[in-house]
Design a protein around this ligand. Structure first.
Ligand SMILES: [Zn+2]
Length: 456
C-alpha cells in the first residue's frame, strides 16, 4: 500500500546501540509503518541525504500561551516557536502556573489542533489563585486546601499529567501544604514537578526539599530547570545529591535549559529584598525584554521603577555560571527543556532556540556531549517521563510520525536576547502526526498537534 509520505537517505538515531542508522522511513495515517531500504511508493517524498531524521523533541518544561476565550480564530504564539525549533510535544502548566482554565485549554486544542502536541500540569499557585489566595506570603488554610483538592480532581478528570509547584513564587507555601494537597491522590499515577524554593547558596537545601516531597508523597518528582537553581557554583553537588536520591530508590528526574540567564516577571518574589546580595551581583544583570525598555539593562532606579509600575514585565537575569550550565547540559539523565515563556511575543530566547542551541553549541562547537546523547535527552528520556514512550521518542514501527529532519553540521539557534523570536537554522522539516508542519524556517500548519490527556 502507498505511503502518505516517506523520508529517504537520512540517518536515524538508535538509542540502544548509540549509533546512527541509514534507513528510510515510511509513514501512513500519522504513524511510522515501515523502516529500511527500498520502501514502496509514497505520495510525498522528502530527501534527507546528509541529514539526521530524529524523533521530534519533547519539551517537558514550557509555559503555554494565553489563548483568548470567545474567539474562533487560532491564537497560538509560543507553540509556533516550539514547532520551528523541532518540538513536537510540549508539557504546559509548569512552575505552579497555568495561564488558562484547563477545560478551556484542552477543548481549544482539541477543537483547533495546535502547532505541537500538548500535555499539561495543573499548577498549585494557579489553584491558590482560584480559591482566592491573593497573598503569596501566606499558607493555605484547611478549608482552602479542601477547595484546591476539588479543583485538582477536576483537572485530573481533564487528563492533566500531574501537579506543578512554584515554591519560589509563593514563599508562604510550606512542605505541609504541599503534602496535604496531594494526600488524597498519593496512590494515583501522578507526576509532580517543582520550581525550587530558592536559588544560589540555598540551592542544595531547595533540592533536598523537592526530594523530600517525593519521599513523603511517594510520587515521582521532576526537578525543574536545575540551572537557574544551582548554576551558581554548586552544580556538581546538586547533581550528586539527585543521583544519591535515585540510588536510594526515589523516582527523581531533572531538566535544564542551555542559557546563563533566567527569565521571569519583574514583580515576582524572585526579586524580593535581598536577591542581589544572594546572587552577589547588582541590578545591571537584569535586562528588560518589553517595550518601551526592550533590550535595556537596569540600574537600581530603573529596577525599582519598572518593578513598581510594570510588575508583569518579563526580564532576563544574567546570574548563572556557564561552566555549571555545561555540566547540567551534559550530565546523563538531565533532560533538555526550554522553560520557554512569552508574553505578547516577547521573552527569553530559550522559547525559540533551546534544542538547536544544544545541538549546535554544546554538541558541535564545544563537544560537551555526543549527538546521540543529546538527542536522547530531548526525545526518549522525556517521553519516558511523560509516559509516552510507547508512542513517541523513538523511530520505530508503530510510533507516531513526530519527526525532525536537521543538518547536524549547521543546526544552531538564532534567537538572542535582543531578537528572541528568530527561528533556528539547520532544520529542514518538522513533522507532526505524520504531516509536514515546518519547512525550513516556515510554519506551514498550526493545527496538526492534539491535546494528549493522561488516563489515570
Ligand atoms: Zn520555573
Amino acid at each position: 500500500m502507498m505511503y502518505d509520505l516517506k523520508i529517504i537517505n537520512g540517518q536515524t538515531p538508535n538509542f540502544t546501540t548509540g549509533t546512527l542508522l541509514k534507513q528510510d522511513v515510511g509513514i501512513r495515517d500519522g504513524k511510522i509503518v515501515d523502516l529500511g531500504k527500498d520502501l514502496g511508493e509514497a505520495k510525498e517524498v522528502l530527501n534527507a541525504k546528509g541529514k539526521v531524521v530524529s524523533p521530534g523533541f519533547l519539551d517537558i518544561h514550557m509555559h503555554e500561551e494565553f489563548l483568548r476565550e470567545g474567539s474562533n480564530k487560532i491564537h497560538y504564539d509560543i507553540s509556533k516557536h516550539m514547532a520551528l525549533m523541532g518540538v513536537t510535544t510540549a508539557l504546559a502548566g509548569n512552575c505552579g502556573n497555568n495561564r488558562m482554565d484547563m477545560s478551556f485549554f484542552s477543548q481549544y486544542v482539541t477543537k483547533y489542533g495546535a502547532p505541537v502536541n500538548y500535555l499539561s500540569f495543573i499548577g498549585h499557585n494557579y489553584l491558590r489563585q482560584q480559591v482566592g489566595i491573593e497573598d503569596r506570603y501566606r499558607g493555605a488554610r484547611d478549608e482552602e486546601i479542601k477547595q484546591m483538592r476539588a479543583l485538582l480532581r477536576k483537572a485530573l478528570d481533564l487528563g492533566v499529567i500531574g501537579v506543578s509547584f512554584g515554591l519560589e513564587y509563593s514563599p508562604g507555601v510550606s512542605l505541609q501544604e504541599v503534602e496535604k494537597l496531594i494526600e488524597p491522590f498519593k496512590n494515583k499515577d501522578l507526576l509532580l514537578a517543582t520550581h525550587y524554593r530558592k536559588d544560589a547558596k540555598y540551592a542544595l537545601e531547595a533540592i533536598q526539599e523537592m526530594i523530600e516531597i517525593s519521599r513523603r508523597t511517594g510520587l515521582p518528582m521532576q526537578i525543574s530547570h536545575i540551572s537557574s537553581c544551582a548554576a551558581f557554583g554548586m552544580m556538581d553537588e546538586a547533581l550528586a545529591m539527585i543521583e544519591k536520591a535515585q540510588k536510594d530508590g526515589l523516582d527523581i528526574s531533572v531538566d535544564t535549559y542551555p542559557y546563563n540567564a533566567f527569565s521571569t516577571f519583574l514583580g515576582s518574589a524572585v526579586f524580593d529584598e535581598g536577591c542581589f546580595e544572594l546572587w552577589g551581583k547588582g541590578p545591571e544583570i537584569i535586562m528588560l525584554t518589553e517595550e518601551p525598555y526592550r533590550g535595556q539593562f537596569c540600574d537600581m532606579e530603573l529596577f525599582k521603577k519598572v518593578r513598581r509600575e510594570r510588575p508583569e514585565m518579563l526580564v532576563a537575569t544574567f546570574a548563572m555560571d556557564e561552566a555549571d550550565i555545561d555540566l547540567a547540559v551534559k550530565a546523563p539523565g538531565v533532560m533538555i527543556a526550554s522553560d520557554g515563556l512569552l508574553r505578547e511575543g516577547q521573552g527569553h530566547p530559550r522559547a525559540a532556540g533551546t534544542f538547536p542551541r544544544v545541538l549546535g553549541k554544546y554538541v558541535r562547537e564545544k563537544g560537551s556531549l555526543t549527538l546521540i546523547d543529546a538527542l536522547y535527552k530531548m526525545t526518549l528520556l522525556p517521553a519516558k517521563r511523560m509516559g509516552l514512550d510507547n508512542q513517541k521518542g523513538k523511530i520505530e514501527i508503530g510510533y507516531d510520525g513526530d519527526l525532525v529532519i536537521f543538518n547536524p553540521d549547521t543546526i544552531i539557534d538564532k534567537a538572542t536576547f535582543e531578537e528572541p523570536m528568530l527561528p533556528p537554522v539547520g532544520i529542514d522539516y518538522v513533522l507532526i502526526n505524520g504531516k509536514v508542519a515546518v519547512k525550513g524556517q516556515k510554519l506551514l500548519r498550526e493545527d496538526l498537534g492534539t491535546y494528549i490527556p493522561k488516563s489515570l
